[in-house]
Design a protein around this ligand. Structure first.
Ligand code: PLP
Length: 457
């Protein structure tokens, strides 16, 4: 096809949007290992999961046989407010880099929450409403997930209680106010509203909280209040399923112009955007119908894939959540302060962990100063101010494009641009002032938390 005919933005029509999510697990020969009850050491059943999660979401969580799951019409209608999202040909970046590579990015920052998280938030809110629940609880760190969920809950008229890590609540008032504007109640965690919060406050007066502690509070409130369930914004299979809308749209847009990507790149925190972006491509790869290089990018300060261990571990620091078999740094691993808050999880999606273990994908870790350098380069030519998380993928896309410049290869690179960075300007300020550093854990740091992994099997 004549190059010039490919537009800057490839949009799909509304009627070309996917009507089904794609459940990649159905096409995996080696299925991801099941979630395990830490009390019994046995795989969790739907019965055990349903006091915590909505019924339909439990079914999706446990379903590793149905490849397609219909996207209910109400969710598709909501998606239409901000989807299909554009697949952008980064002509300006290519020119700036003087690379023969062709670079595309799928931009998920075109909604008020500013990230892909809304794709799953709206689905989870829908199933909660359908079940007749009063509301949902969740935790949020920097606030991207809480923001997405509060938007979804206001749409379906559900109560939304967000436990926000206290330090973020105090230092990042902007996302907090977006959440409150959408009607969510935002509680700084730890709080006096839960037993676990009171206990933590008694033991550690003045603590500024942690994600693990906020999860524990949100789960406690969901299980103690009739009509409430807990929802989570990443890691779980159900979240990867909902995020497959990213990959399905990307594939449809590429197919329109007969474009075959060589490399697909995404940042990986808990794995949901990457799992969603790669889903249909990985499906073809698993069936032997096509081949792609698939690359996960993680921060050097929290390198689950590249330096972690493939083992059962707790999903939370509070050690109350189920055990998942994944690449993990250990649930007691505390990553150093890093400006990509959404990538600071110690573990990784079980689905992506299994695929990585079986050699279907690669992973690289990058340091945050080089990430912000890439963010700046991208912002200056492509116009979008990228989220620090997304900029991990930009870094590796640029690196791959520069390799093509050396070899003269015209590779096609696709990466996921998960969101915008307007709430991350303190991080940009640090970078602009030359005050940003890279803190990389030592082997001893990682070995110490790995030594505390629970014994399973
Ligand atoms: C949360 C977040 C991520 C990381 O989460 P995944 O579940 O790994 O996708 C990446 N980018 C942005 C903008 C986020 O908000």
């Amino acid at each position: 096809m004549d190059e010039r005919k490919i537009p800057y933005k490839i949009y799909l029509e509304e009627n070309e949007m996917p009507k089904n999510w794609y459940n990649l697990r159905a096409d995996m020969k080696n299925k991801p290992a099941p979630l395990v009850n830490p009390g019994t050491g046995k795989p969790l059943t739907a019965e055990e999961l349903s006091p915590i999660f909505c019924e339909e979401l439990v079914a999706q969580e446990l379903d590793d046989t149905n490849p397609f799951i219909e996207i209910p019409e109400e969710i598709r209608d909501f998606y239409k407010m901000y989807r299909p999202s554009p697949l952008v040909r980064a002509y300006c970046l290519e020119k700036k880099l003087q690379t023969p590579a062709k670079i595309y990015y799928k931009f998920e920052g075109n909604n008020t929450s500013g990230s892909h998280k809304l794709n799953s938030a709206i689905a989870q809110a829908y199933y909660a409403k359908k079940q007749g629940l009063k509301g949902v609880t969740t935790e949020t760190g920097a606030g991207q997930w809480g923001t997405a969920l509060s938007m979804a809950c206001s749409y379906f008229d559900l109560d939304c209680k967000v436990y926000m890590v206290k330090v973020s609540y105090e230092q990042k008032p902007f996302r907090r106010e977006v959440m409150r504007t959408y009607g969510a109640s935002v509680v700084p965690s730890p709080s006096e509203t839960t037993e676990i919060g009171k206990k933590i406050l008694a033991e550690h007066p003045g603590t500024t909280g942690s994600l693990g502690c906020a999860i524990s509070e949100a789960v406690e409130v969901a299980t103690k209040n009739p009509g409430y369930r807990y929802v989570l914004g990443s890691v779980l299979n159900q979240v990867l399923l909902h995020q497959s809308v990213i990959g399905l749209e990307t594939k449809a847009a590429l197919d329109k112009y007969d474009i075959h990507p060589d490399i697909i790149i995404g940042c990986a925190g808990g794995g949901s955007n990457l799992g969603g972006l790669i889903a249909p491509f990985m499906g073809e790869k698993l069936k032997g119908n096509a081949d792609y290089r698939i690359v996960a990018v993680e921060p050097a300060s929290c390198p689950s894939f590249t330096r972690g261990t493939f083992a059962y571990d707790f999903c939370d620091t509070g050690m109350i959540c189920p055990l998942a078999k994944m690449y993990t740094l250990g649930s007691s691993f505390i990553p150093s302060a890093n400006h990509a808050g959404g990538l600071r999880f110690h573990g990784m999606s079980t689905t992506l962990s299994q695929l990585y273990h079986d050699g279907y994908m690669e992973a690289v870790s990058v340091e945050q100063t080089s990430v912000f350098e890439a963010a700046e380069q991208f912002a200056r030519v492509e116009g979008i101010l990228p989220a620090p998380e997304s900029s991990h993928a930009i870094r590796v896309a640029i690196d791959e494009a520069l390799k093509c410049k050396e070899t003269g290869e015209e590779k096609t690179i696709v990466f996921g641009l998960t969101g915008t960075g307007y709430f991350d300007l303190v991080a940009y300020e640090k970078y602009n002032n030359g005050e940003m550093s890279d803190v990389i854990p030592t082997d001893e740091d990682i070995a110490a938390s790995i030594a505390k992994l629970p014994k399973v099997e």
